[in-house]
Design a protein around this ligand. Structure first.
Ligand SMILES: [Zn+2]
Length: 114
């Protein structure tokens, strides 16, 4: 399936790792950047997915201004946040291929399925 599209959004949330090198981090915030990548064939109108619909749905599921420890449970790592977003996007858009989450401008993690 040769086509891929990407939708990017930012959101802000708080979290702390409950277990990081044997102890808990202090509560702090990040301005996360989320990249959702969809892959598939084009429809009769020549597009893979409606950018506006993907963008609106992504906005609706992102835990804006929430404490991620309460939302995703367990250790709220960037990797686990990527899977949490992937699973929710997949419910609406089966063409979702991969979700990247940038915790800072330097550090990012992704989740994808073959
Ligand atoms: Zn953090």
């Amino acid at each position: 399936m040769p086509y891929r599209v990407k939708v990017v959004r930012e959101f802000s949330a708080a979290h702390f790792l409950k277990r990081y090198k044997g102890k808990a981090e202090p509560l702090h915030g990040h301005n996360y950047r989320v990249e959702v990548i969809l892959e598939g064939d084009l429809n009769e109108e020549g597009y893979l997915a409606d950018f506006l619909e993907v963008n609106a749905y992504l906005k609706s599921i992102l835990p804006e201004h929430r404490n991620l420890n309460e939302v995703i449970g367990g250790n709220s790592t960037t990797e686990r946040l990527a899977k949490w977003i992937y699973d929710r996007m997949k419910e609406r858009f089966p063409q979702v291929k991969e979700v990247w989450v940038w915790e800072t401008g330097r550090f990012a993690a992704s989740y994808y399925e073959e």
